[in-house]
Ligand binder design. Structure first.
Ligand SMILES: [Zn+2]
Length: 324
């Protein structure tokens, strides 16, 4: 029987950095997390990730074979660097995550973005286990995800594949999007979009800004607030219709819904399923639509899976002394 290998998965987000020691079957043996020192700049963010990972490696009973990183921002997994990032991580763009962590930890390092790492975790070790393909959609602060084929996420020619929040949505018609266009799915189907729609419907002057969050809108809906129910239903239906269109185009074996909104209620899930049924053509209408299973561990598990993959393609840094 072959030795079970372990890898460290690292999840670098705008607010939190998490690491986990993960077996090849997806079992998480140990984990740790801390706040991401986002305002202190890229060096501090990377140092925090490196220290957490180094501690986990030092404490591990088993030999660690590789490190995988899922990081916020647009990532080039080939060059293992940050192509661009939002203001939540100032100075993050251009950071050579792979090269710098590999130097510091003396282990092979794989890098991708956090959303795709999350999707790989779910597809390989969570709700998509045993499936050849999975479409993973995360709906929370934003709307994104990945198409995972044979365990590998689709990256795209420019590295941004999976930005499902920026596909056109009838329900979002006329709403300006953060990308500079308008009418994109994220503007009606994300968590902040649910709150914004509720505030729009109530009239902006009725509720002082900052008095409500998305969770409050769901609580109001649960207590029968008709406006809250309507905006949640619209958000769910918009996402479901988009998913139906994507399934028509991509024909995955399963659709996995992740992110904060996936933990809400039938008030969101029912319109989501109805929207999917509305758009999915007969041939693909049986595609299972299921909730993600791994929760907060998904990104570290997925990052670790990408690390195992890199063992077969990238030489061990300690044995070659590579540095380019
Ligand atoms: Zn957009």
């Amino acid at each position: 029987m072959s030795e079970a290998r372990t890898a460290v998965g690292v999840d670098i987000g705008g607010t939190k950095t998490a690491v986990g020691l993960v077996r090849e079957d997806g079992t998480v043996l140990a984990r740790a997390e801390t706040r991401t020192p986002a305002a202190a700049g890229a060096d501090a963010v990377l140092a925090t990730a490196r220290e957490l990972a180094a501690q986990l490696i030092a404490d591990a009973d088993e030999k660690v074979h590789a490190v995988g990183v899922g990081a916020a921002g647009v990532i080039d997994p080939q060059q293992r660097l940050v192509l661009s990032a939002t203001d939540t991580l100032p100075g993050w763009a251009g950071t050579q995550i792979g090269e710098r962590l590999e130097d510091a930890l003396a282990l092979p390092v794989a890098v991708d973005n956090d959303v795709r790492a999350h999707a790989v975790g779910e597809a390989r070790c969570g709700a998509g286990r045993g499936r050849g393909s999975a479409l993973v959609i995360a709906a929370g602060t934003g709307v994104g995800g990945a198409l995972v084929l044979d365990g590998r996420p689709l990256i795209g020619a420019t590295g941004i594949a999976g930005h499902f929040g920026h596909i056109p949505s009838v329900e979002a018609e006329g709403l300006p999007c953060t990308c500079g266009r308008s009418g994109h799915l994220e503007m009606i189907a994300s968590g902040p979009a649910v709150l914004a729609a509720y505030l729009r419907a109530q009239g902006t002057s009725a509720i002082p800004a900052g008095d409500l969050d998305t969770r409050d809108v769901f609580a109001l809906a649960q207590h029968g607030d008709a406006v809250a129910r309507a905006v949640i239903a619209t958000a769910g239906r918009a996402l479901g219709r988009a998913v139906g269109g994507l399934v028509n185009a991509l024909d995955p074996e399963i659709v996995i819904i992740a992110g904060g909104l996936s933990h809400t209620s039938d008030l969101w899930w029912e319109p989501l399923r109805a929207g999917f049924r509305q758009e999915a053509i007969d041939l693909v209408s049986g595609c299972p639509l299921t909730r993600a299973e791994l929760g907060a561990d998904a990104a570290i598990v997925g990052a670790a899976m990408l690390a195992f993959d890199t063992l077969s393609t990238r030489p061990h840094p300690a044995s070659t002394g590579i540095r380019s």
